[in-house]
Design a protein around this ligand. Structure first.
Ligand SMILES: Nc1nc2c(c(=O)[nH]1)N[C@@H](CN(C=O)c1ccc(C(=O)N[C@@H](CCC(=O)O)C(=O)O)cc1)CN2
Length: 296
């Protein structure tokens, strides 16, 4: 098979729409929202993602600062920086780029971020709010997936959705968002027996398993919408490597619609982060107007 037939659910136009909204809303605030980007060490992917976030922030009228800490930073020093950023009224949002170096424990770090500044939506106060359908900040890639589906007119309400992958960053929260949107959700993972039998039941299949080409055409219901969250770098003959998703390219011959990799979900992650920063700034502005301080 050489040519795809599925509709391409492109990320850039959906991300541009989200960024336009972030720009419009940021301009209505008394001060530009400020995003603190915390990176520990020099992991090349993290360096590139954080640089991209800062660049996009300035494009939509947000200020940002990259706090680049050395790779041997201690847990105590990282927590101290987060404490300083929490207490700084000029900081609207804090993002700690993941993964952290192996000697650091991410759980206490994510717990230390003030929930009102947690623009990554990973603090338990925000994940709990998500699961209870209460107001809170939502994780960027999952919220970005919802925005991508909405932008391309894919209805979620009443759909049978299968999510493959149960990570805290994508699988679990996207399942929660889909439930809140009245989808019927199945959460599958590497221990799910006969994964294909489960995925073939999906009207919408969301794959965030971190395994290149895990999903093959025989695992997809004809006409289904497939969202590929995987970003896997595979070797090429020229040694440069190439990005590929968790979904085999031949799935394009079976699916009704498919997100590409690159150029699908990835750009939504950054756009949603900036939208979250604007939402956080709006809520902080509204709260300090009433109470004079930010209440946890
Ligand atoms: N604290 C967080 N850490 C990480 C998150 C996150 O949401 N919060 N997500 C990922 C990495 N990530 C953002 O941080 C991210 C991944 C991919 C893209 C993206 O636009 N990808 C492009 C391809 C980029 C390339 O060529 O390498 C695409 O898919 O088109 C943006 C952000 C892990 N860490």
């Amino acid at each position: 098979m050489t040519q795809g037939t599925a509709q391409v659910l492109a990320g850039p136009p959906a991300a541009a729409a989200l960024l336009d909204e972030a720009r419009r809303r940021a301009a209505r605030l008394p001060h530009p929202p400020h995003l603190a980007l915390v990176r520990v060490g020099e992991d090349p992917a993290s360096v590139s993602y954080v640089r991209g976030k800062a660049k996009k922030a300035s494009e939509v009228g947000l200020s940002s600062h990259v706090h680049a800490l050395p790779g041997d930073t201690t847990q105590a020093d990282l927590l101290a920086l987060i404490g300083t950023l929490n207490a700084d009224p000029a900081v609207s949002g804090i993002l700690v780029q993941l993964p952290l170096p192996a000697h650091l424990d991410p759980a206490p770090v994510l717990l230390a971020v003030h929930p009102a500044k947690d623009v990554d939506g990973l603090h338990p106060a925000n994940t709990g709010a998500l699961w209870n359908a209460h107001e809170g900040l939502r994780p960027c890639t999952p919220a970005g997936i919802m925005a991508l589906l909405a932008h391309h007119g894919v209805p979620v309400r009443g759909a049978r959705v299968v999510v493959v992958g149960r990570s805290a960053l994508v699988g679990r929260p996207v399942a929660g968002l889909l439930l809140n949107a009245d989808a019927t959700v199945t959460l599958a993972h590497r221990a799910t027996p006969d994964l294909g039998a489960v995925t073939r039941g999906a009207d919408i299949l969301i794959v965030a398993a971190g395994q290149a080409h895990l999903i093959t055409p025989d695992m997809v219901r004809p006409g289904a919408t497939v969202v590929d969250v995987g970003i896997n770098r595979v070797p090429t003959e020229d040694g440069k490597g190439r990005l590929t998703g968790d979904v085999h390219p031949d799935v394009a011959h079976v699916a009704g619609a498919l997100t590409p990799v690159p150029g699908g979900v990835g750009p939504m992650t950054v756009a949603q982060l900036l939208m979250n920063t604007v939402i956080a700034a709006e809520r902080q502005h509204a709260q300090t107007e009433v109470t004079g301080e930010l209440v946890r």
